[in-house]
Design a protein around this ligand. Structure first.
Ligand code: GLU
Length: 507
């Protein structure tokens, strides 16, 4: 078999949705599992939907996910250009459209937008509320099938605006085998005569995808199931232009489902979870859609959770490195049903990856967050120790700030309400005496501090357990954090005494 070459073919129209990243990922995992190549081709033929910045954003997302293309407009390669707009400039698509025209497999259509509207209106019936441009209406429209050769020539010579449409055959069945769904059959009389070449000379997606997949020697193509209805058009174009034996094997991936049907940007806003890989600001509306990266997800967790949205390894295992995913990925284990996105589960993946990865991998992100909040970290080793202490309590990266800030800054507010109900003069006296004892300690570590605390509690006849919560509130400000003697050992004697003294004046 020839070398496996797969492509991700995004249109630069906006942010990269979870489903889009999963498509990239499955393409990539499949290619790498087979020792093949992963190509990114930018499908920017629809100028009306072009959004500045969207292409760069796609590459930034891939980089963050650790998915490096072998060929792309940025990485180069032997099958360029990798942007369809640049391929159009070379006239690549036009010649294939002409070949189809000559063979009677496509035709010129001269209908104006008004005429198309009229057709949609005139042919509307109860059974067919939105008629399409197809074999039932084509002979009643203005095109090279309904006009004489001379009429067509006259219109073309006069430079009349036209598009090229595929002529769908009548009553044929177009068949192909989808890698996920198996045998797929479509009746040609149900499919419209799709536009292949637009009036501006740009190919539509339908023509471009076939021509480019052929010229780029693509062997397998994974794309969203929304493309399934157009697949018969692509199969026919393959048959007409390049022969079905050269056609890539298709895999149409199921939708990712949100709380109410197809996962949408709106779901994210409504339920407070990200749906894009990274933050995306729409340049037209300035609307910001939150990304997994900025929400505090690790890329390792993100690709792991995406891989499992529609695929499993056939075991109970859920945590996989990218290398393991590459090794284990197989198309037979991709489900054809929609995969439900569960944000709680997504967070679980992140929490597991926070625990699993060395702190060094994400330390800088947290350090920057501290800096942004006015705390500059100077001692990296001490910082790492603190992060290590709190990491089991963090689900998203910003949790580190909340869980660790009190190691670097005296808490501004103490949860006095948590202490008050059981606070009394004996406890106040305990802490006053303990401060004096602490001053005399020569060692300052977890065990020494704890021992001194317990010894004095026994002497004063107070259960140490009853003193631990007030002590925690004194050091942390709230009812959370790692073992309290560990905190005291880390922040130092002077700071511990200062915090106890300060709290005693408030309780
Ligand atoms: N440009 C298409 C999209 O963005 C790609 C579909 C395909 O992979 O063939 O959905």
């Amino acid at each position: 078999m020839s070398k496996v070459r797969v492509r991700f073919a995004p249109s630069p129209t906006g942010g990269l949705h979870l489903g889009g990243v999963r498509t990239v990922l499955y393409n990539y995992l499949f290619a790498k599992n087979k020792g093949g190549e992963f190509i990114v081709r930018i499908e920017d033929t629809d100028q009306t939907r072009f959004v500045p910045g969207a292409e760069q954003y796609i590459f930034d997302c891939l980089k963050w996910c650790g998915i490096e293309p072998d060929e792309s407009p940025v990485h180069g390669g032997a099958y360029g250009p990798y942007r369809q707009s640049e391929r159009k400039e070379q006239g690549i698509y036009k010649q294939y459209a002409e070949q189809l025209l000559q063979n009677g497999q496509a035709y010129y259509a001269f209908d104006t937008p008004e005429e198309l509207d009229k057709m949609r209106n005139d042919f509307k019936t109860a059974e067919n509320p939105s008629p399409q441009y197809d074999q039932h209406v084509r002979m009643k429209m203005k095109n090279s099938l309904s006009l004489t050769e001379a009429e067509t020539k006259a219109l073309l010579d006069a430079g009349t605006k036209n598009v090229v449409r595929i002529k769908m055959p009548e009553h044929e069945v177009v068949q192909f085998t989808d890698m996920i769904r198996g045998d797929i059959q479509n009746e040609t009389n149900l499919v419209d005569d799709k536009v292949l070449l637009k009036a501006d000379g740009m190919p539509t997606y339908h023509l471009a995808v076939v021509v480019d997949d052929y010229l780029m020697k693509i062997t397998h193509a994974f794309r969203g199931e929304e493309w399934l209805p157009s697949a018969p058009v692509h199969v026919l174009l393959w048959k007409y232009l390049f022969g079905l034996d050269n056609m890539p094997q298709w895999a149409h991936l199921p939708l990712i489902l949100g709380p109410s049907g197809k996962l949408s940007k709106r779901d994210g806003a409504k339920y407070g979870f990200p749906v894009f890989a990274m933050n995306w600001t729409d340049p037209k509306t300035n609307e910001l859609t939150e990304g997994f990266k900025e929400k505090g997800f690790l890329p390792e967790a993100f690709i792991n959770l995406l891989a499992l949205l529609g695929w499993n390894a056939g075991t109970e295992q859920e945590l996989f490195t990218k290398a393991a995913l590459i090794e284990l990925f197989s198309i037979d284990r991709v489900h054809s049903g929609g995969a439900k996105f569960d944000y709680e589960k997504a967070k679980w993946f992140n929490q597991e990856w926070i625990k699993k990865l060395p702190i060094k991998n994400y330390e800088l992100i947290i350090k920057n967050e501290f800096a942004a909040k006015g705390i500059s970290i100077t001692d990296d080793a001490a910082f790492e120790k603190v992060l290590e202490l709190v990491k089991d309590r963090c689900t998203l990266l910003p949790d580190f700030y909340t869980q660790a800030v009190f190691f670097f800054k005296t808490p501004e507010q103490l949860d006095i309400e948590a202490v008050k109900p059981k606070w009394n003069s004996d406890k106040a006296a305990f802490f006053s005496s303990w401060i004096e004892k602490l001053q005399t300690l020569t060692a300052w570590d977890f065990a020494t501090i704890e021992e001194s605390f317990k010894a004095l509690a026994t002497e004063k006849n107070i259960k140490p357990g009853e003193l631990q919560l007030p002590f925690r509130i004194m050091l942390v400000g709230g009812k959370f954090g790692p073992p309290v003697f560990e905190i005291a050992a880390t922040i130092g004697k002077e700071e511990t005494v200062k915090r106890i003294t300060n709290a005693l004046s408030q309780f």
